[in-house]
Design a protein around this ligand. Structure first.
Ligand code: CTP
Length: 406
């Protein structure tokens, strides 16, 4: 059910490859862009050329690779101003700390920075560097400057780095960069422009007493990424989020709640919507009568008993037939065993249209992590998606929702 035909046919990308060990991933990005039908013209900085050769970029892009600012042949064939404007989008991947600093300062000492200063096209950067360089005040200030000027960013991922350290700074995976490029190039179409959608995300906190609560490990990353991806496609998104430590996504109306009952009330208040995506890890039970005062230890050493009550099922409530039912209701299922069978049964039981099943067993490890391997269960059957960053899952799902509501 993936859209037929290449999604970037006729679109042109100018890809600037700067220095860093991640430069090899640019080769994969070129391959993915070409597979989607995009034309790719590459510019290799002197730093980038330490890691990949012009020849490999040329072989994959099937176009001449540009490296020199003052090449007379290039100037007569195609001036650098024209080069910077012949593309629909300029992408810097990987973007080193150095090129980001030079972009922020407006320097134009080489071909890449000259093009970046001369272009009138949208610019997307995919930073990659050592974690300390990424979190250095200078880089943070440069990123803030670039973002304020409208430069789009595919944030680096967290993980083991070539230098042996761990942290954010690793280049986003090529499929995630591709998804962002697609979203930017197809922005004009904005297939969900003005359409109201609802997303739930994060855990719920169910109070035991004023200081204690029942919760779970949900980070909110997947739900927030879906809200952001739907907003990118133009949707008017209401995100109802439990307590999370990640920032609100841009261009989204966020309603912060704590308990399942508050989440249900906020969802009801957001209706009517055309699509609802329930990603939240809602606590199945709450404490029936939370204590108004902090529960104290007793001298006798008795342990308190908690009497639980079932929480409302938000997904099932939104899926119930009725005049206000969203056209498309999507649930998520976290499973540890018999994934497809359980998820298929859960889709029927909850009454939703689609169910995105993910494996949260120790081997799957999705909960709280950066990546997800999911299966899309519909009335027609199940579809296996490859393991990818949660952001890429979000973009793919948002695109599918846009198709379904078309
Ligand atoms: N969900 C919800 N409200 C609840 C419980 C779950 O909206 N009270 C939604 C979740 O947002 C998710 C889906 O239901 O989209 C599946 O959640 P999951 O925890 O896997 O399902 P359960 O109903 O808890 O099933 P079980 O614990 O039996 O696996």
């Amino acid at each position: 059910m993936t859209p037929a035909g290449p999604r970037l046919a006729g679109r042109r990308v100018l890809l600037i490859v700067s220095g860093g060990i991640a430069a090899y991933k640019a080769l994969e990005l070129i391959r993915l862009l070409k597979r989607e039908g995009a034309g790719v013209r590459c510019v290799l900085t002197a730093g980038g050329a330490e890691f990949v050769t012009p020849l490999s970029l040329q072989a994959l892009s099937e176009e001449k690779v540009h490296t020199e600012l003052f090449s007379l042949t290039d100037e007569s064939e195609m001036g650098h101003i024209q080069l910077s404007r012949s593309a629909d989008l300029v992408v810097v991947a990987p973007a080193s700390a150095d090129i980001l600093a030079r972009m922020a300062a407006g320097l134009a000492g080489d071909l890449a920075t000259t093009l970046l200063l001369a272009t009138d096209k949208p610019v997307l950067v995919a930073p990659a560097m050592n974690v300390r360089m990424w979190t250095h005040a200078a880089t943070l200030a440069n990123m803030a400057t670039l973002k304020a000027r409208g430069v789009a960013v595919v944030e680096p991922e967290e993980g083991a780095m070539a230098c042996g350290e761990w942290g954010p700074g690793r280049l986003a995976e090529p499929p995630a960069i591709l998804a962002r490029i697609e979203a930017m190039l197809n922005h004009a179409a904005r297939p969900l422009a003005g359409r109201p959608v609802l997303v739930t995300s994060g855990p719920t906190h169910e109070p035991i007493d004023p200081v204690r609560y029942i919760a779970n490990r949900s980070s909110g990353r997947q739900g927030h990424a879906i809200a952001a991806a739907l907003a990118e496609l133009g949707a008017r998104v209401t995100l109802v989020s439990g307590p999370v430590s990640i920032p609100d996504p841009p261009l989204v109306r966020v309603v912060h709640i704590e308990t399942a009952e508050q989440m249900l009330a906020a969802c009801r208040a957001a209706l009517p919507v055309e699509a609802a995506v329930c990603v939240a890890a809602v606590a199945d039970w709450r404490v029936e009568a939370p204590s108004a005062a902090k529960i104290k230890k007793t001298g006798g050493g008795e342990t308190p008993s908690l009497v639980l009550a079932a929480n409302p099922d938000i997904l099932a409530t939104l899926s119930a037939d009725g005049p206000g039912r969203p056209r498309l209701v999507v649930g998520f299922a976290a499973e540890t065993d018999d994934l497809i069978a359980h998820a298929t049964e859960k889709r029927r039981r909850k009454g939703c249209d689609w169910l995105v099943a993910n494996d949260v067993s120790a081997a799957g490890g999705a909960m709280g992590g950066e990546e997800n391997e999911v299966h899309l269960i519909t009335a027609e059957g199940s579809e296996d998606w490859p393991r990818m960053a949660k952001v890429a899952v979000a973009e793919r799902l948002a695109a599918r929702i846009a198709e379904a509501l078309a």
